[in-house]
Design a protein around this ligand. Sequence first.
Ligand code: COA
Length: 161
Amino acid sequence: MTDKPEWEIVPMTLEMAAEGNVLESKCFTVPTSENLLRTELLKPEAIYFAAVSEGKLVGYAGMQSVLDEGYMMDICVDPERRREGIARALMEKLLEGAEKAELSFVTLEVRTSNEPAKALYASLGFEQVGVRRDYYTAPVENALLLTKYLRKEKSDDPPRN
Ligand SMILES: CC(C)(COP(=O)(O)OP(=O)(O)OC[C@H]1O[C@@H](n2cnc3c(N)ncnc32)[C@H](O)[C@@H]1OP(=O)(O)O)[C@@H](O)C(=O)NCCC(=O)NCCS
């Protein structure tokens, strides 16, 4: 049997920030520091979820909101635990949180070369709405701006005469 250990999605806590930084270092050339992660987790509008397997953080994803607008901050999964559905499960929990918070849309940036992430977002209904030129460093690269709209404009207001 080569079955991987089970994982579960739980709300991300401040105590997971140090492990979050270690995971970031495995996933990004410019990792989010433990301090910045703590700051993000402490914000009142933060929606962060973690994937935990055998007591170890194997993935996490987070979002912030301003008024009714959602901004994805981060998503990463341990390279040894990819293609197990962890990112999809994390995104589904974030989008559920966004719906509960009655956000109108969730938006994010992704490197133009990041095919796995682009496929993930496309499968969840995100669409390209713009490009941010030279947005990323190490290496410098454009970002695609992707958005998923969550609810239509209110149509139940009576028409004005
Ligand atoms: C992108 C990332 C989060 C995906 O994590 P994951 O747990 O392996 O993804 P999942 O197993 O949940 O896959 C969900 C979907 O993503 C897409 N996907 C994931 N990995 C892929 C790959 N290597 N190639 C193509 N599509 C891929 C597929 O559409 C997949 O659905 P499917 O399995 O039904 O085909 C992971 O590769 C990662 O951490 N990358 C580094 C950090 C990063 O780039 N974050 C995004 C910043 S914008």
